[in-house]
Design a protein around this ligand. Structure first.
Ligand SMILES: [Zn+2]
Length: 406
């Protein structure tokens, strides 16, 4: 047999053998890591991405989903949520301020959530067995530098409980789920919480995420992002009213661009009190965009201006961030920020966490944390969420067989 003929036969056999458990057909794939922004079919096999190509035949798949007119992207990665629910403790984030992850993740196309410091070294084991080990959502976490976790009050402000060695040792012991160190809501004039968080981050070789609490003159925000944090560390609540973002002429202060340039990550962390249009509009008009989009999901944000991941992403679309950049800031960028580079993309062989999004055009309104509205013309909605190849949410029953089919 001539070699060319043999090669053709071999290729034919390979194609015939190719089988997909699930095939998403005709969707517009946006996969920022791989520079894909075009209509493609996505084949899934054994929970992994098997192929992203043109014209994969439906005959090769057990189930085919018509994704025409929709966007197919990596599953959304939300790096600021509070999901340490169920302890019964009122008015704290290691309790009733938190929500259960599966109640909110999949219907917003989120496949990975990163809890932002609701637990510290002392209560992390309880958080892990109560929530992380039992949730269907992929839940990772930043560990609070305050050992007793996040109450947004005296517990979290106790300098005596901020032990860098203990926090670092806990991260090292649970590297499978702990991705960094958090400091939040500090009210005092000292740099201690930030510096101990960075120290722990250095020992464990992980990034830190900072909520700067009260912005006190003794510890200027510019010094935080220019001196105390390392490149790769994350400042969350970028468009918070307390950030001294604009000068008297309404210009974005240069230190913010400088900090972003030196590698500080600016994360949205919308929440119930941390996103105002009077900062977000002028800042984005002047080119100061976030590196990552996150919700700061908790009971105080879930039904107010924040709502969910796709609503926060829609706000940035209407702030003239391109769809491709919005997707990057919600998938590959946050995955890299928490150093989970196996997530946030659709490379062949990657775990198949996928979001299928609908982009609607019309007249919409978006609320900030002060109750102010901004009108918009675009809104993203979540159609389908796939986690590890399994359909977790399917708004229009696209993956189902018709009820009267034989
Ligand atoms: Zn938070």
């Amino acid at each position: 047999m001539r070699l060319a003929t043999w090669l053709c036969l071999a290729a034919g056999q390979l194609a015939a053998q190719t089988h997909y458990d699930l095939l998403l057909k005709g969707g517009h794939v946006i996969d920022p890591k791989n520079g894909i922004d075009v209509v493609r079919d996505v084949g899934i096999r054994d929970g992994r991405i098997a192929a992203v190509q043109e014209n994969l035949p439906s005959s090769s798949a057990t189930r085919t989903v018509d994704a025409a007119g929709l966007y197919v992207t990596p599953g959304l990665v939300d790096i600021h949520v509070h999901v340490y629910a169920g302890t019964g403790v009122p008015h704290v984030y290691y309790g009733d301020n938190s929500v259960y992850p599966d109640d909110h993740s999949f219907k917003a196309c989120t496949t990975t959530m990163v809890d932002a410091g609701s637990s510290g070294a002392h209560d992390f084991p309880d958080f892990k067995q109560r929530i992380i080990d039992r949730a269907k959502t992929r839940v990772l976490a930043f560990l609070n530098i305050a050992s007793n976790g996040m109450d947004s009050g005296p517990v979290e402000n106790d300098l005596g409980s901020m032990d860098a060695d203990l926090a670092a040792a806990t991260v090292k012991q649970h590297r499978d789920v702990l991705v960094g160190i958090k400091s939040a809501h500090y009210r005092g004039p000292e740099w201690t919480p930030v510096d101990r968080a960075v120290q722990a981050g250095r020992i464990a070789d992980v990034p830190v995420m900072i909520d700067f609490g009260l912005f006190r003159p003794e510890r200027p925000h510019s010094e935080l992002v220019l001196k105390h944090l390392r490149p790769g560390d994350i400042y969350t609540h970028t468009y918070l009213d307390r950030v001294p973002m604009l000068d008297d002429q309404g210009k974005v202060r240069p230190y913010l661009f400088e900090a972003q340039k030196r590698g500080i990550i600016f994360d949205v962390g919308h929440g119930g009190g941390s996103f105002v249009w009077r900062h977000a509009v002028p800042a984005t008009q002047q080119g100061f965009y976030p590196n990552s989009i996150s919700t700061d999901l908790h009971v105080g944000s879930m039904n107010s201006g924040m709502k969910d991941m796709v609503n926060v992403m829609s706000k940035f679309l209407n702030l003239k961030m391109s769809l491709k950049d919005v997707i990057a800031a919600s998938t590959w960028n946050p995955a890299r920020e928490v150093r989970r580079e196996e997530l946030g993309h659709l490379s062949a062989g990657a775990v198949s966490d996928i979001a299928v999004l609908r982009l609607e055009t019309g007249k919409f309104g978006f609320m900030d944390v002060e109750g102010r509205a901004m009108a918009g013309t675009q809104r993203l909605g979540c159609e389908m969420t796939i986690l590890g190849g399994k359909v977790m949410y399917d708004l229009n029953a696209r993956a189902s067989i018709a009820w009267d089919a034989k």
